[in-house]
Design a protein around this ligand. Structure first.
Ligand code: ATP
Ligand code: MG
Length: 554
């Protein structure tokens, strides 16, 4: 028998145990996003866990929109969430909404009232908050706590009918105002919100709270393992309490550590603020940690899934370095991306001993990691573009690129020897001159002399123009949320997170590339075709550099 390669995480252990002991027959998980924003990389982690576990153990995963707060929710978000989950490569068994269960939840609330386990409270939110007590002192019973069951039933019905204004009344579970767990001090089950809901319209003006709606929705769907992030562990007793009081399907909640990544924020509220206030160009701005932002940047679903697998499932909060996400991206793109040559900061290279009508076709490898990708032809002439910083007039000793008197190899082509440069009246280099060694076709000298440097280039006579967008971390600070008094996370924005280069030169192989097509521009990094790209105007996003350049800066 094959030995298990990787150690099991704690959720896998729980599930295997539950299956072995016959506690559950088949596992059923759910991914429960609130449709109040776009999904981010943290959600991807939760998606990979929920869908991944069900896949691994032959179970199913539901997609359930947790749409219990009409004020912040919208169908735009519902659509984007579905698109992102599918793009990540997962399929849900059924699609549900907490709002599908509003009637059932209402009936169960009546049941709890009838059992003397819930009551209508007239206290204001402020009073409720003040009377909750503190972690070290008990709360105070509401003066309305002992209303008769009949009165509670009547008032709750009137709440539903819209007889009261927002905040005038709430329905609370009757548990224990001195409970050591603050969440058990008569938590609010329903509040009044006179706002149209994106699905139920004006049918309801009372909406269930997360703690009441979530576990009961899990139970309706026979969810066996309700997996959420650590901050919900103190809610678990309440989750269990409702299910026990109602005697319904015993779903269980399990908590794992949420994903935090350096140099970014992951709260939907903050991401929304970045979009609304114009700090980025939209939810899918390539600098955003959203799934759609990562997609536009050039991330592949595989790279995100591998990252989630790689970081594992923890029980304690931790901070993952952004470079690990880029690491799994590079691994994946290395296998996937076609190699091409492109020049971001072009300067002309003129080969003086090469006739003006000389054209040579050379063979270039599309992907050295994947032979099946084949080769392509690139053309060579006496006028090329090279990267401006591949030439230096007064170069230090270890500079192996172009400087007068020195030879370099032009990738796939010939060895050239730099002779001199042309400058404009301000002393800026506008062209570099060289001679080439016609015997070195393919890149090697016939006399065996060693050439240390190899540079990339494009043929100025048939290359295409392109816009290239370079990105840096959106925030300078490792933890943007950690700020001094009087400052906000916005003060940590990196003012140089976007650089647009409009005069880049690409070999013609990229003409007609479809959106999101991935390339490695040799020596420069991985690039992806942006949505703004057209047949006549190419736009590339730099997905990442070839090496971790950020590590050096720190
Ligand atoms: P936010 O605080 O940004 O609004 P949220 O937790 O309220 O996020 P939901 O839409 O409620 O967002 O989240 C759906 C699921 O994704 C939940 O189960 C939640 O625990 C999980 N999730 C959200 N953020 C992370 C994260 N950073 N790491 C792992 N799981 C996460
Ligand atoms: Mg939430």
């Amino acid at each position: 028998m094959l030995e298990e390669k990787v150690q099991k995480n704690f959720l896998e252990e729980i599930i295997e145990n539950d299956l072995k002991e016959g506690k559950v027959k088949a596992i059923q998980t759910r991914f429960p996003p609130e449709p109040n924003g776009y999904l981010h990389i943290g959600h991807a982690k939760s998606i990979c866990i929920n869908f991944g576990l069900a896949q691994k153990y032959g179970g199913k995963t539901n997609l359930r929109f947790d749409d219990t707060n009409p004020v912040k929710e919208d169908t735009e978000y519902v659509d984007s969430i579905k698109e992102d989950i599918k793009w990540l490569g997962f399929n849900w068994a059924i699609e549900r909404y907490a709002s599908d269960y509003f009637e059932q939840l209402y009936q169960w609330a009546i049941e709890l009232i009838k059992k003397g386990k819930a009551y209508v409270d007239d206290q204001t939110n402020e009073e409720i908050r003040l009377n909750r007590g503190t972690v070290t002192s008990p709360g105070k019973d509401s003066p309305y706590r002992n209303r008769s069951i009949e009165e509670n039933l009547q008032l709750f019905e009137q709440m539903r009918e819209g007889k009261f204004a927002d905040g005038e009344k709430t329905l609370r579970a009757k548990i224990d105002m001195a409970h050591p767990n603050m969440n058990m001090r008569d938590p609010i089950m329903y509040r009044i919100i006179h706002t149209s809901h994106h699905r139920t319209g004006d049918k309801w003006c009372i909406y269930p709270m997360y703690d009441y709606a979530h576990g009961e929705s899990d139970s309706i769907e026979n969810i066996t393992h309700s997996i959420c992030t650590l901050e919900f562990d103190i809610h678990r007793p309440l989750y269990d309490w409702f299910i026990e009081q109602l005697g319904i399907f015993p779903s269980h909640q399990y908590e794992f550590a949420r994903l935090n990544i350096t140099n970014t924020v992951m709260s939907k509220r903050k991401l929304l603020q970045l979009v609304k206030e114009g700090y980025v160009k939209g939810w899918d701005d390539p600098r955003m940690p959203t799934i759609c932002g990562l997609r536009r940047r050039g991330y592949t679903p595989e790279s995100i899934r591998n990252f989630c697998e790689d970081i594992g499932v923890a029980k304690r909060d931790n901070l993952i370095d952004y470079s690990r996400l880029e690491g799994s991206l590079r691994d994946d793109l290395n296998k996937r991306a076609d190699r091409v040559m492109g020049v971001l900061h072009p300067i002309k290279l003129i080969i003086d001993n090469c006739p003006d009508d000389f054209v040579d076709e050379l063979e270039a490898v599309n992907n050295p990691e994947d032979e099946s990708k084949g080769t392509r032809k690139i053309t060579f002439s006496n006028t090329l573009y090279i990267e401006a910083d591949d030439f230096m007039e007064d170069a230090p000793k270890k500079y192996f690129r172009l400087t007068p008197g020195q030879e370099v190899r032009l990738r796939y082509a010939y060895i050239v020897k730099c002779t001199h440069c042309d400058k404009d009246e301000n002393g800026n280099v506008i062209a570099v001159h060289c001679t080439y060694d016609p015997a070195s076709r393919g890149g090697n000298a016939t006399d065996g002399r060693k050439i240390k440097g190899t540079i990339h280039w494009v043929n100025a006579k048939d290359c295409v123009n392109a816009e290239v967008r370079l990105f840096d971390r959106l925030f300078d600070a490792e933890i943007p949320d950690k700020v001094e008094e009087g400052k906000t996370f916005l003060d940590n924005l990196n003012p140089n997170s976007l650089t647009v280069l409009k005069n880049c030169k690409m070999e013609k192989a990229v003409i007609g590339a479809e959106h999101l097509k991935k390339y490695q521009f040799e020596r420069l990094g991985y690039f992806s075709v942006d949505y703004d790209s057209t047949k006549d105007y190419l736009v590339f996003n730099r997905t990442c550099t070839l090496k971790d350049s950020w590590a050096k800066q720190k």
